[in-house]
Design a protein around this ligand. Structure first.
Ligand code: ADP
Length: 494
């Protein structure tokens, strides 16, 4: 295979540091940086939401007026640009104030905007238009999740795009970060975006008589990536396939599992500006200071020898909060402290807020989204709990390991691929990095927390080894980005 630099367009609905609701944003930002560091010509396209700070990032108009025609309508969009902070990688912000000059990304708070089909269809179409306007033709367009799933369909089937020599031969990769979010809309979306009805079949993007943006990405892309090897297998099963198991197993030859990496600059205990004191595997005093600081901030008794368990997560059933609420009385009976940061379903928020009121010396919860506190929790805790029902990749367990915070995870998706369960043998041979449990039950969860707490309190030497093993793991993007490059190259050369 050649080693020529590739031209890669990453396209997504969110990317750090501009806008973020979840792991997708971390992945897109970090992958773009790493591909660029590997010497490729990478550009990134995201919508220009009103919440993006145009002044801070110094956005400049690059295509001030861009007519985008489809479905018998003409939209007037524009494209802004800035370099990705700290690099010269161009980031394009695709705008149309009717769609993006409003609060939030997918909706104003909880819930979605009712015209998300039209908003993201515009984003997909306008991104392709912008490439031509900028006269930059990528070798590969790497789309992510349903919000960008139309791009492969447009390239192949939109009459104007598919017949235009400019777009010929562009390969597409579609990454599935979460199959549960599918972007299924009224079927009249199809003519509205100028696609022919021929794409609306069970082999195409029809999903139970709806137009599915995710399925469009799944069926029309040249290659598919699930964000961990285990998730790539799981989504081909009825249990995890969210109605698409058959479609996905039909594409098994083109479906790859590539574990996400983490941004080791943003999540670095030695240089993290958000935490009380920096630390490293060789200098762990800083971690004790971070723990004390977190206990004070959470109003918990400042006890260095009581294990402190953190959760930073969306508060939804998929992340295991049904188990957590069920297990709370038993968890609170252990000699441990808990700090929770997150927002999501009101019932879980309320259950945790009430439990924290009843047990202020054991449990602290902050409802909300707070990046600075998320760093302080991950740095200051001893254990990080992630009892997800399913987890495509998960990032926080990898952030935690880097900060010597031992993850307790359920055996699913990327949690299976990134954590090795602690047994006396695996602690001794240096492979153990956390605690795992398999059955999705409150009982298994409590047993595993109890097991972790007892290693922490009864066997400090084993605990110290476990912490060092976890911190020594390399979850940087270098390896995963290399796998993506190999995949892109294989497509181009095929
Ligand atoms: P998902 O994308 O399914 O929510 P991931 O583990 O892949 O789960 O990524 C979640 C990301 O969002 C992590 O960077 C995590 O730190 C962050 N995050 C989640 N909830 C909060 C919160 N309440 N405050 C700050 N950051 C959060």
């Amino acid at each position: 295979m050649s080693t020529n630099p590739l031209k890669i367009l990453l396209v997504a609905s969110e990317a750090v540091p501009f806008c973020k609701t979840g792991g997708l944003a971390d992945v897109v930002g970090a992958l773009a940086k790493e591909l660029s560091r590997l010497g490729h010509e990478v550009r990134l396209a995201i919508p220009r939401y009103a919440d993006i700070d145009s002044r801070r990032f110094r956005l400049l108009p690059i295509l001030p007026e861009m007519k985008v025609n489809y479905g018998g309508q003409t939209f007037t969009g524009s494209v802004f640009r800035c370099p990705y902070p700290g690099t010269d990688l161009p980031v394009y912000f695709v705008d149309e104030p009717n769609f993006f000059d409003r609060p939030g990304i997918y909706g104003p708070g909880r819930g979605d905007y009712p015209d998300n089909n039209i908003r993201f269809a515009f984003f997909n179409m306008a991104t392709l238009w912008a490439l031509k306007g900028l006269d930059w033709r990528p070798d590969v367009i790497h789309a992510n999740d349903w919000q960008t799933g139309l791009i492969p369909a447009l390239l192949q089937h939109h009459p104007e795009v598919a017949s235009d020599p400019f777009y010929q031969g562009i390969r597409t990769v579609f990454s599935i970060h979460n199959l549960a979010y599918q972007g299924n809309f009224d079927k009249w979306t199809i003519p509205n975006i100028g696609l022919p009805w021929s794409v609306f079949t069970p082999d195409g993007m029809e999903f139970y008589n709806q137009a599915s943006f995710l399925k469009s990405g799944v069926v029309f892309s040249d290659a598919l990536v699930a964000v961990s090897p285990t998730y790539a297998k799981e989504i081909q099963s009825e249990e995890f396939g969210a109605g698409l198991a058959g479609t996905l197993s039909g594409r098994a030859d083109s479906l790859y599992g590539i574990l996400n990496g983490i941004d080791t600059e943003e999540w670095n205990p030695e240089g993290d500006k958000e935490i009380a004191e920096p630390f490293s595997g060789a200098r762990m005093q800083g971690k004790a200071a971070c723990k004390a600081h977190l206990q004070r901030r959470a109003g918990l008794p400042e006890k260095p020898r009581v294990p402190l368990v953190a959760m930073v997560s969306r508060l939804i059933a998929g992340k295991g909060f049904d188990l957590i609420t069920e297990a709370l009385p038993e968890l609170l009976a252990l000699d441990a402290q808990y700090v929770v940061l997150g927002n999501g379903e009101p019932a879980y928020e309320q259950a945790l807020v009430e439990a924290a009121k009843a047990h202020p010396d054991r449990l602290y919860i902050q409802v909300g989204y707070d990046i600075s506190l998320s760093h302080q929790m991950i740095a200051g805790a001893d254990l990080f709990l992630m009892p997800s029902r399913y987890e495509p990749c998960g990032l926080t367990q990898m952030y935690s390991m880097r900060y010597g915070t031992v993850p307790i995870v359920r055996l699913t998706g990327g949690l299976s691929d990134s954590v090795v369960d602690a047994s006396p043998a695996s602690v001794r041979d240096g492979s153990a990095t956390g605690f795992q449990f398999a059955p999705y039950t409150a009982e298994a969860l409590v047993d595993t927390v109890r097991r972790a707490v007892s290693v922490y309190t009864q066997d400090p030497a084993a605990w110290a080894r476990l912490v060092q093993n976890a911190m020594a793991q390399n979850h940087s993007w270098a390896k995963s980005a290399g796998e993506y490059v190999e995949l892109y190259r294989g497509l181009i050369e095929s």
